[in-house]
Design a protein around this ligand. Structure first.
Ligand code: GLN
Length: 196
């Protein structure tokens, strides 16, 4: 299979670190700023930053229809930190969950924690949280992959994976590897449908 094309929304926030991790896993990352940049992508990352700003920039770039058709086609999306908020039921609605912004308290602007994450093996994942949300409510279709202090911080629903931390800021690529496995599977499915 040729390299998987993974777009990283590059309107604001830490898109470069995601591209580096994706490259390490054999993907071909590209920066997304316009609807044309979404063409032919196998998957998309919505990185951290500031969710209100990212939503405004999606709007002014006219990107919402392209994001919706990407999602409807079953192509995977990874939302991290502010990206989780952008995907939630109160924003783009790609995942049946609501996020609580800056949920871990003002004094805890940033912290690290070891997480047990479903599907990455027994070794804990060191996770960096920066003014992070947590998942406040979620529907029955949503799988909780990891929690911190009893609040979900990594979830998945169908083709959408989201986390409250910054998996791109550590050297451990295992969280992105879950996303790449979803992307490989989605591309295989799309190939089989096209051959039918
Ligand atoms: N606090 C930010 C927000 O509410 C998210 C922070 C982040 O992405 N690191 O949008």
């Amino acid at each position: 299979m040729a390299g998987l094309g993974v777009g990283v929304l590059a309107l604001q926030g830490d898109f470069e670190a995601h591209a580096k991790t994706l490259r390490q896993l054999g993907a071909e990352p590209s920066e997304v700023r316009t609807p044309a940049d979404m063409e032919g992508l196998d998957a998309l990352v919505i990185p951290g930053g500031e969710s209100t700003t990212i939503c405004k920039l999606i709007d002014s770039a006219g990107l919402e229809p392209a994001l919706r058709s990407h999602h409807q086609a079953g192509r995977p999306i990874l939302g991290t930190c502010a990206g989780l908020i952008v995907c939630d039921a109160e924003h783009l609605g790609f995942i049946d969950a609501t996020a609580k912004r800056n949920a871990f308290g003002r004094q805890l602007q940033s912290f690290e924690a070891d997480l047990e994450v479903e599907g990455i093996g027994d070794e804990a994942l060191r996770a960096v949280f920066i003014r992070a949300p947590w998942v406040e409510s979620w529907g029955s279709e949503v799988e909780v992959l990891a929690s911190h202090e009893d609040h979900p911080v990594a979830i998945r629903q169908g083709s959408v994976l989201a986390c409250a931390f910054h998996p791109e800021l550590t050297d451990d690529p295992r969280f992105h590897a879950i996303f790449m496995a979803m992307t490989t599977a989605a591309r295989e499915r799309a190939g089989e449908e096209a051959a039918r």
